[in-house]
Write a protein that binds this ligand. Sequence first.
Ligand code: PLP
Length: 411
Amino acid sequence: MNGTGSSFRPARRIEELGVSEILQITAHAAARKREGRPVVILGAGEPDFDTPDHIKEAAIAAIRRGETKYTALDGSPEMKRAIRDKFRRENELDFAQNEVTAAAGAKQILYNAMMASLNEGDEVVIPTPCWTSYFDIVRIAGGVPVAVPCGAETGFRLTPEALEAAITPKTRWLLVNSPSNPTGSAYGEEHYRPLIEVLHRHPHVWLMVDDMYEHIVYDGFRFVTPVALDPSLKNRSLTVNGVSKAYAMTGWRLGYAGGPAALIAGMAVVQSQSTSCPSSVTQAASIAALDGPQDFLASRRESFAARRNLVVDALNAIPGLSCRTPEGAFYTFASCEGLLGRRAPDGRTLRTDREFCAYLLDAVDVAVVPGAAFGLSGYFRISYATSHEELRQALDRIAQACSLLTEGHTA
Ligand code: PLP
């Protein structure tokens, strides 16, 4: 029974799951803002840029042409052609038409893949900290997420030793995300090769890679995707991507993937009984995104890089905080461990990253997300996909809030 007196009884598969902590924090911060407080929210997982005009125009033209009906289930032939071209052009990956799929976001792609492949108790190895949805998608599909802690000492990357130790006869997938949400860490060829060697020793383990932030990398970092490095992995890998982050299209909802035909067909079965095809209009926009000019990505990257530098430098200048310089995405993942145990002016002792983040919101109206939400305590994530001005303001306020903390007495 819930508080409204309803007799609703949740299914076991969702009993233990809650709404994402990021959404809860953002909602709480937004409510404070509505009350008139000058809240800066650094929690959003989306670019602050607008969708480029040529993409919008393609959608409008599609509507005018009457492309407003169902399309083929997991992407129109033209959508699949654009996906195959993208994989060939940017990743040197050759997929056949029945080896690619499109869905309403990369999130749905991941969901379809887990639903199509996991049986009760199957394990998915997930380097952690990780995007919050991975664990619950695996759980809903009946699987068991196996978190492998990857700390700052390895640049938040999975090591071959840790992978080897995590694999059991029940392991179905290794799920890797590079560049990563929440750390911004990315795997270069030198990081992937040793992991691939481990996978060769365990042919029952499949590889799912989430390349959502492929285009958001800095300082000349060379993005690579594992199947391009070792094509022998192709028959047991799913390479996931989407238009949300690269093209500032989070609201349009289109993700895509390439993988073995049998897996892609299984994913289509799941999709056929949930959402059917992705929006026809969104597919037209996404084809324009993938086929169209890519030069604007460079200037957006530069803009993100400037903001990354601003945030990393400002965080590292605050005594008690420390932040690694990320290779990609638009997040920093800074340690606040140096400040835990300190006391706030209102008397409370900040024992955890969650308490530290709650203090920032209460004391200086800055909303950030605790590392615990991503599976690694002692850290907090900033999304710097917001204006320089807001970032400067927020960082000044964080510095001020940190300076007010005093050596605490643990109560
Ligand atoms: N993968 C990662 C690592 C993400 O951070 C996100 C969104 O935040 C997604 C996938 C989902 O993207 P989409 O909007 O395509 O569902």
